[in-house]
Design a protein around this ligand. Structure first.
Ligand code: KPL
Length: 314
């Protein structure tokens, strides 16, 4: 299958390498530094499933783009402009996996597609991804722990959508990527957002690995953020179960203990973060329902203060 990874950072490169290893024809569209390193020495994956793969790369989407499937792994705040560019480049209706952290991603995608001056309507397939991936340096990505891809159960969606979900499920599963179906994707997305809201800003503000959140003083901060996030999500009508979310938090911290969260990696590189689509959306949801979220607000401010000035707001 011809698969394009659009926004080949840590997670996109990791998934791209798995698909290339399974024999698919990949195109990785990424930053100039990453692309140059891959052209020089191949894409090197460290940790789980280590190896080096020679994969075609580009710094821009080709026009027209011929692909059977796209993994759109750009950051949440770039989804709208990326969707617009993708819709303009694609020759026909192609399924696009959206595995971003955070919330409101499908709406951003739909807005981008609507703005595109093009006939093609890419089909958004939302996913939750818990795989921990770290960019060690351009061209080198480490899978630091375990995780999976979660897709909506095909029985929970209209038939036309089910076939695209099954396509991504089988594509990833055949490449050895752990992938599961969840009965309620909205619940899985909000659970992941609340868990990210308790992991990413804390690791990024304090410069610690995910595993540090299993111990005080960081555990206590994360638990309070978790409680605020759960309250906001529930007030917003998302049926989160407190114990289930706490268990998912503990499992994620354990399985990704050696990982630098994506937000910490962004801060390390002086880049914009996903604080807006993660904690920002949780905080706005809380505010709309009269839920006080003082610690979430404090951590949003801490992360914003560390972002490059031009990057703000989300
Ligand atoms: O989603 C992640 C991230 O870093 O953004 C986790 C799963 C927490 C891994 O670090």
């Amino acid at each position: 299958m011809h698969v394009t990874v659009y926004g080949a950072g840590a997670i996109g490169s990791l998934l791209g390498a798995r698909l290339a290893a399974a024999g698919h024809d990949l195109l990785l569209v990424g930053s100039a530094a990453h692309v140059t390193a891959i052209r020089d020495s191949g894409l090197c994956i460290e940790g789980e499933g280590a190896g080096t793969w020679r994969i075609p790369t580009a710094t821009k989407l080709p026009h027209p783009l011929f692909a059977d499937a796209v993994l759109m792994t750009v950051k949440g705040y770039d989804v709208e402009s990326a969707a617009q560019a993708l819709a303009a480049a694609l020759a026909g209706p192609v399924p696009v996996l959206l595995p971003q952290n955070g919330l409101g991603i499908e709406d951003r995608f739909a807005r981008g597609v609507a703005r595109a001056d093009a006939g093609s309507r890419p089909i958004a397939v939302r996913a939750v991804v818990t795989l921990p991936a770290t960019t060690v340096r351009p061209g080198v990505v480490r899978q630091a722990g375990r995780g999976e891809v979660r897709l909506a159960s095909p029985t929970s969606v209209p038939t036309e959508m089910a076939r695209w979900i099954i396509l991504f499920h089988d594509l990833l599963a055949d490449a050895g990527v752990p992938v599961t179906y969840v009965p309620d994707l909205d619940r899985a997305l909000w659970t992941k957002a609340v868990v990210n809201g308790a992991i990413n800003p804390v690791t990024a503000a304090h410069g610690v690995l995910n595993g540090a959140l299993a111990r005080d003083p960081h555990r206590e901060i994360s638990e309070r953020l978790l409680a605020e996030g759960i309250a906001a999500a529930r007030a917003g009508g998302h049926a989160l179960d407190r114990e289930e979310v706490a268990a998912e938090f503990a499992r994620t911290v354990r399985a990704t203990a050696e990982n630098r969260s994506s937000m910490l990696q962004d801060i390390d590189r002086g880049r914009r973060t996903e604080i807006g689509t993660i904690s920002g959306v949780l905080w706005e949801t809380g505010r709309a329902h009269g839920i006080a979220m003082p610690l979430t607000e404090e951590y949003i401010a801490r992360i914003r203060a560390r972002e490059p000035r031009a990057a703000q707001p989300s």
